[in-house]
Design a protein around this ligand. Structure first.
Ligand code: HDE
Length: 691
């Protein structure tokens, strides 16, 4: 008898019986009811253990095999389910059904860091992966992108070297989840093609406030193909509805200690609360004529096309609205493959993309243990699958019936499945000529122009962060010649930046590196490249941390909470004891955090509501002083009541109060009205050495 492929383990009536207390009866994997899950079967007391205990053996065997290899890159990740809705019709350029206006397509999205292992902290300075699996009616489309629109290298053959250099050094096994070490900067400085991406990773893009506040990019140039077979080049962009936001570097360092799960917790909580994060999907569309006139090769993944040159057309919105039921089943087992494209979407000749199309399929085999990973529910298409591929490890759905080859005259009346020249995926019939050689295209030779364009497009605080980041990273590099070599490249990007970094390292300015092609130095700045310039002026989805003591003014707290909530933000109470505080009117407010477990790095802005006695008490508490001093140093907006002054004094902030600091006794509107600016960056040069 044919097996029902959908048979569920616990479907059988016998094992659905409950225990005397009404719990489901525990069974083995074979469905045999378990009598004792506390003790091994033994002979006598205390007695040797007996091999007869199949429940023990199966339990331990399964536990011993719980781990699978972590991803060789992007090991630390977090995913959620959602839906993509097309808001514009793209049928003028693609036959892909998911781009018909109003069409809703389920998705699974996984965000990740790149270099760190599975247990590394969320806010490491690193690129973030932004991978989306669209379960379309014509199969799965995986858009496996990053939160940075360019990549380090131009040819896939250098990927193992890049990753080896970025990961912990092989002899010592550290540092974890960091590029601040010799090997990374050695490789980068010997590979000038990395310089554009280096500018991006030294910017605030690599220390995002959360996944909800990041852009995403498909990076490569892809193709859209219409029903007649006409091709249009496309670059994909994800734009967060909440706008972009990043944290300060010193804050990131502390966040990783305070909450190594900061990003995943943020995403999980937002979805649990029903505050679903959304991104618009945009496309930059262009043809061969544009590609020919563009000063760089559109097939070179180290280059972007400024939005000012080709505007981003918004074509749909992704909403992440369901957390996973089980992290391993979905987030860990999801297998993205860049080769997964659907009719209407195609590849370009970008040599990085071509290399990826081999690597992703290959890596899943190792990670998930066999070719049937496509049958794991998170990877299964949501449309019918008819194939004669069969067997292998963990075969869960084999073809039914007698026929397992094509062509055949068995099986269904028509003897199918058969290929379908009308509906089937057709590759774009690009004409290709040329000698077979190992080479790098001459058109890829410019390594500095867009690096410079990125730098000059940043606001002053962002430029400062980049100089600080480079100085910090190179200060961890032990070999002076590597530091110098990096600065020699910076000289080709921006002289002021190079000099700042050299000064920060006390390094003699080297000769500029010899460029393969002279850089174009007058590319117009692009505001779209700056997080600060693109600020949306909203506090929506952000968090105010309110440090409170007994006797704090109840009306001020109520006004603050209501104003922040109306602005779409959240308020968390930080208290000396998690049991809460008693307000001036005798009401109790629960603490969301105890002050030493809820440092100000967890919040976008802070307020201190203290009674006179409360202020005196907090003044002597080191975590409370750090709460204030850090918030101030991280350029956060800060509000306080009069009672908090002793704490502000002791934290060294009272003498330095500025326009980013608000006295609350006169009302909360001034403070809450400013929160959408997110940070008071003007303060920053006054609070650090590098200012
Ligand atoms: Fe990946 N990359 N990559 N990558 N990548 C992987 O596949 C690879 C590249 C990206 O959440 C691996 O399933 C090569 C660019 C994301 O599961 C592996 C090259 C971009 C994820 C792999 C690149 C990415 C990966 C490891 C150069 C942005 C995580 C585990 C040719 C456009 C997906 C896996 C997830 C994962 C190879 C370059 C993004 C080994 C060879 C460029 C978001 O196959």
């Amino acid at each position: 008898m044919a097996q029902d492929p959908d048979l569920k383990l616990d479907d059988s009536g016998a094992n659905r019986q409950t225990t005397r207390d009404g719990y489901e009866t525990m069974t083995t994997q074979q469905g045999i009811p378990v009598a004792d899950d506390q003790n091994h079967l033994k002979a006598g007391a205390p007695g040797p253990m007996l091999m007869d205990d199949f429940h023990f053996r199966e339990k331990m065997f399964h536990f011993d095999h719980e781990r699978i290899p972590e991803r060789v890159v992007h090991a630390r990740g977090y995913g959620a389910r959602g839906v993509f809705e097309a808001t514009d019709d793209l049928s003028d350029v693609t036959s892909a059904g998911l781009f018909q206006k109003g069409k809703k397509t389920p998705v699974f999205t996984r965000f990740s860091t790149v270099a760190g292992n599975k247990g590394s902290p969320d806010v490491a300075r690193d690129v973030r992966g932004f991978a989306v699996k669209f379960y379309t009616d014509e199969g799965n489309w995986d858009l496996v992108g990053n939160n940075i629109p360019v990549f380090f290298i131009q040819d896939a053959i250098k990927f193992p070297d890049l990753i080896h250099a970025a990961k912990p050094e092989p002899d010592r096994g550290f540092p974890q989840a960091q590029t601040a070490h010799d090997n990374f900067w050695d490789f980068a400085s010997l590979s000038p093609e990395t310089m554009h991406m280096i500018m991006w990773i030294m910017s605030d893009r690599t220390i995002p406030r959360g996944f909800r506040f990041m852009e995403g990019f498909g990076v490569h140039t892809f193709r859209l193909i219409d029903a007649e077979g006409k091709s249009t080049y496309v670059k994909f962009h994800w734009k967060p509805k909440l706008g972009m936001q990043s944290v300060a570097w010193n804050e990131a360092v502390k966040l990783n200690g305070a909450d190594p799960d900061f990003h995943r917790r943020d995403l999980w909580n937002a979805i649990e609360k029903g505050d679903y994060p959304q991104w618009d999907l945009g496309v930059q569309l262009f043809d061969q004529d544009f590609a020919d006139s563009f000063p760089f090769d559109v097939l070179d993944a180290t280059k972007l096309i400024p939005e000012e040159d080709v505007p981003v057309r918004i074509v749909g919105t992704m909403t992440l609205n369901e957390n996973v039921d089980n992290f391993f089943a979905e987030t860990e087992q999801v297998a993205f493959c860049t080769q997964n494209v659907v009719p209407g979407i195609g590849f370009s000749d970008d040599p990085l993309l071509q290399g990826r199309n081999f690597s992703y399929l290959d890596t899943q085999l190792k990670r998930l243990g066999g070719p049937n990973f496509t049958r794991i529910p998170v990877n299964q298409p949501r449309c019918p699958v008819h194939t004669f591929q069969q067997d292998g490890h963990m075969a869960m759905k084999n073809p039914m019936g007698r026929a397992n080859y094509e062509p055949n005259s068995w099986g269904t009346e028509a003897g199918g499945p058969r290929e379908d020249p009308d509906r089937g995926y057709k590759h774009y019939p690009e004409e290709v000529r040329g000698p077979k050689t190992f080479h790098r295209s001459e058109t890829f030779a410019d390594h500095y122009s867009q690096a410079r364009q990125f730098y000059v497009s940043q606001s002053a605080p962002e430029q400062k962060h980049m100089a600080d980041a480079l100085t910090f990273e190179l200060s961890k590099v032990e070999h002076g010649k590597i530091r110098s070599r990096v600065v020699s490249h910076l000289l080709n990007i921006d002289e002021t930046l190079a000099k700042k970094v050299a000064k920060g390292l006390r390094l003699e300015l080297p000769e500029p590196a010899r460029p393969a092609r002279a850089p174009i130095t007058d590319l117009a700045p692009s505001d779209a490249l700056s997080i600060v310039k693109m600020n949306k002026g909203t506090f929506k989805g952000r968090k105010l941390g309110v440090l409170m003591t007994d006797g704090a003014d109840a009306d001020t707290f109520a006004a603050l909470k209501s104003a922040v909530t109306s602005a779409g933000g959240m308020v968390e109470v930080v208290a000396p004891m998690v049991g809460g505080v008693e307000l001036s009117d005798g009401s109790m407010v629960e603490g969301d955090q105890k002050v030493d477990g809820g440092p100000s790095v967890l919040y976008d802005a802070v307020a201190i509501l203290a009674s006179a006695e409360g202020g005196q008490m907090l003044m002597n508490d080191a975590p409370s002083r750090d709460f204030v001093a850090d918030a101030f140093a991280h350029a956060k907006f800060l509000a306080y009541t009069d009672g908090a002054m002793p704490l502000l004094k002791k934290a060294g902030v009272a003498e330095a109060l500025d326009e980013g600091c608000f006295e609350l006794d006169g009302g909360v509107d001034g403070f809450v009205g400013t929160l959408g600016k997110l940070r008071h960056w003007d303060r920053e040069p006054k609070v650090d050495l590098d200012g």
